[in-house]
Each structure stands twice: as C-alpha cells, then as structure tokens.
Design a protein around this ligand. Sequence first.
Ligand code: NAD
Length: 257
Amino acid sequence: MTVNNKVALVTGSASGIGRTIAEAYVEAGLNVGIADINMDAATATAAEIGAAAMPLRMDVTDENEVEAATDALAEHYGSVDILVSNAGIQHIDPIVELDYRDWKKLIAIHLDGAFLTTRACMRKMVNQGNGGSVILMGSAHSKVASPLKAPYVTAKHGLLGLCRVIAKEGAKYGIRANVICPGFVLTPLVEKQIPEQAAELGISEEEVIKTMMLKDTVDGEFTTLEDVANVALFLATFPTNALTGQSIVVTHGWFME
Ligand code: NAD
C-alpha cells in the first residue's frame, strides 16, 4: 500500500504510543485522526502535528461516538484505510481484591473498543474497495501472564483471536489485520504502575523495573516509542495479504515466538 492520500484512525493517540504512531504516520505522508477520550489533549496533539492530523472526540466503548468520529474522519479526508486500535488502560490488583467494575471497565476499553472501531473502519474499507490495514495494539501480555494484571492479560490475549477473525473475513476485501505486542515502553500508562506495583508487592520501584518489568529481556532495556511506531508504519504499508492474522512481538526478547 502506498501512503499517498491514505487515512489512518489511531485511537488513544493523544498520549504515549498512539501519539508517536500518529506522528510517524504523518511524517510518512498519511492523514491521521487523533481519536481520544481526552479531547483537550487530542486537540493539542493535532495542532502540534499540523493539517494532516484531525482531533476526534471518541470514547472507544461508546458505539455512537465511534461511528460519528469515524464518519467525520472519512468525510474530512475522503476515506479510512488504516485503523490502529490502541486506546488502553492498565489496572493493578490481585484477583482476590479485583473489583468487578474495574474488570469490566478494562475489558470494555480494550475489547469492546477494538471491536467497535474495527467494525466502523472495516465497513468503510469494504465500501471503498481499496483494501486496508487493521492494527490492534496487543502487548507482551498477549503471550505471557504477570501477577496483578488479570483483566489486562485477558484482554490482550483476546485481541489475538479478534485479529485472526478480521484476517479471515477481511481477506476477500484486501483488508489485513495484525497485532503489535510491545514490551514495556515508558509512557504514562507504565509510569503510573511502577509505584502501584511497588506498593502492592512491598518492593522498591527500582526492583519493580529490574526484577519484574525488564527481567526477561535480552539486554535490560525498555522498548521505545519509536520501536513500536516503526512496526506500526511497516504494518500500515505492507501491501498484500501475505502478512495477516499475525502478531509481532517487540519486547527486546522478553518473549520469543
Ligand atoms: P497512555 O496512557 O500513554 O495512552 C493511552 C491513551 O488512551 C490516552 O491518551 C487515553 O486518554 C486514551 N484512552 C483511555 N481510555 C480511552 C477510551 N475509553 N477511549 C479513547 N481513548 C482512551 O498509554 P500507552 O502506554 O501509550 O498505551 C497505548 C496502548 O499500548 C495500550 O493499548 C496499551 O495497553 C498498549 N501497550 C503499552 C505498553 C507500555 O509499556 N506502555 C506495552 C504494551 C502495550
């Protein structure tokens, strides 16, 4: 797929990984919808990126907001060709203390959000007749489990199944689907959980980083925002169904397929 005049919807792109992907896409020549529940941050991000970025108010768990924002993006730039379903949160608690509301909230953002945005974008892609690329933001936790993260690990594993169904149903339209599985990247989502895990486990923040987060990497390094954005650009522009239904693990060797 060439990037000329192509349009990407990136959810959760007012911060962290989504924002860096949006910036990389615009630099490569794409137009991007900066879709986020935090409209002030989305507006500021789009203003900083420039005319190729459009801020969109979107709670990914709200069917009407997902539909309206996807329509607005397609109307503004003429199509929707790439989806990066990236919006996400983390919640730290042992299962025995996990509130049902916290479980449901996390599952809804990651799984309902992936479904609703995929459906809205796939409908556009099918009608446009030019194929497309669906990228779901998984995690190393799509492949492995950690304590204290039951809803997150469950949701991230679930995205692998959704991706495979999109790949099978999308093939005849030239719509590909893949999952990116990053290791720990220093974003607000991770910065918040370091002190939370330290308190829950009674260890120092340094120990959380060394003995938990980066313990199994080959080099003790965090994955960077740019590492993930490079893979997202590669998947957005890969031209055929040869690469579909896959998950690409970007973790400094924490998990090896
Ligand atoms: P982040 O907190 O920096 O950004 C998340 C963004 O999602 C925020 O802008 C937030 O406003 C938005 N958001 C939250 N709920 C939303 C909703 N209901 N609707 C729309 N937007 C919503 O987090 P990040 O680290 O950049 O994470 C992005 C994605 O990458 C998540 O899916 C996360 O699980 C995944 N991930 C992160 C890491 C990591 O180490 N940071 C590793 C693997 C996977």
